[in-house]
Design a protein around this ligand. Sequence first.
Ligand SMILES: [Zn+2]
Length: 356
Amino acid sequence: MAALQLSKAPKLCIVSGAAGWKEEEQQLLWVGGANVVYRIHGADVPLPAWLSGKLLRLRKEKPFVRPTSEQLVSFNTHFRPLFDPSQTVEQAQVHLDQAVLAACNDQLRKLEHSGKRQKRRDDHLADAEHFGLLITDMTPSSGREFAIELKPKWLLQSPNAPVEAVRCRTCALRARRNAMAHAEVEVHAQQAVCPLSLVEGDETERRSAVERIVRHRYHKLEHNPDVADRQFVTDRLAEFFRTEGLAILKELRRHQQSLDPDGILSCAGEPDERFLRAMTLRDCTLFIKIHLTNNGLEARLGDLDLKMAEKGKVAKWRKIERSLLDEGWYTAEDTGGQAEVGCFLRRKQDSRRQRN
Ligand SMILES: [Zn+2]
């Protein structure tokens, strides 16, 4: 049963009665810290072209979440120009009928009351908002598509790391977090791949990183995936990171470097907007969708919402960097200077030592 009806103008409206909405809780795809994402269903007719392949992103009522129009201007100003349009999750503004917001909030409340919302229970959408964002749907549209979300993180060493570092910024932080909270190991296992492996490593190094990514993704799946499909996904992903994927990561790395060449500890006062852009690019997501029958692959960078230096945020970044340095996580003092082989930096140093 359809829940949303679309007029010719770019405006989303609820079908009269909205009977479908109550039953279709699966339309709510994801509740994040700042936004809620929905899948749009047509009213018993196919979706118009401008809505096909799109998800609806609505902002929450939070002091740190900007109005939707500002979010779009920020994306268009700070991030869209950095990449080819085919390489980012598209964003387009859509006018909202207020009944849409009311229905969505109603649904959130119902899920909350029924105990189905365990996380972020008290969050709701901003009532005063008039717009939503249509974003590229990077979820699998059929059983023959396979989706992977990857956080490329810091694609080069932190400018503040010591020269004798044996861990890169991402691996140093992971080692610290894992040591501090063993319960979080599973959470951070997602980042068990050293980002430098993908962008600096040779073919063998990249292949091994891809295998770890695929293994982790399959481990999370509830159903038992086909072995042949898994091999196909691994091969296709390895090919991607040899070609277009490598180009995307190198471009991302170039921007991370040029926007923050000195690091947070070299900045005495409040960091400027360039630094906030660099931090956003160090925490964005690479969404990859692989078609299992026609070899097709679509990859786009998302989560490109400019980080805000709200209270305490900059101090927190500074504190993390300081602790990585002072507690010896870059130099692996926790393991006597021997970092796990997981970090590409360590392997690079080992092979250099062997050559000399
Ligand atoms: Zn590393």
